[in-house]
Design a protein. Sequence first.
Length: 162
Amino acid sequence: MHNREDLFVKMALDAWTSYIKRTDALFQALSNDELMNEVAPERNRGIYLLGHLTCVHDRMLPLLGLENQRHPDLDNIFHDVPDKSVPILPAAAELRNYWSEVNESLEKHFERLSPIEWFQKHAAVSAEDFEKEPHRNRLNVVINRTNHLATHFGQLIFLKSR
């Protein structure tokens, strides 16, 4: 029998893994031309969302105390500014490689964390604040990032339906 912490961690990581797999399959299925399209009129392009999600997941590595960010150069292209602010973006193939690399690294780290470690504070919260708000833990970061990923996955689907 599992304890509640084990079950909470399993549920959260299963949702994360499910959306990573779905989104990865979609990124692999979309052509480079399709990635250049907006998900809806006056909205983000697929290539921007690929870079944005890669950047956000890359930023999880230090936030969760796992390792340094691998591609901090993506921040000023895909995190700090909206789509179409930067005239030249990295190639889609390069972004797809970064996407895979970052998510594989996260997966390896996730497998090594014990349930107790998931309920420890993340790097952006002080010990004092964590004492008052214990929900500001590593697992909550993954839950929030899963929701973020799910939102953008829902947008990216529109690129395939054309």
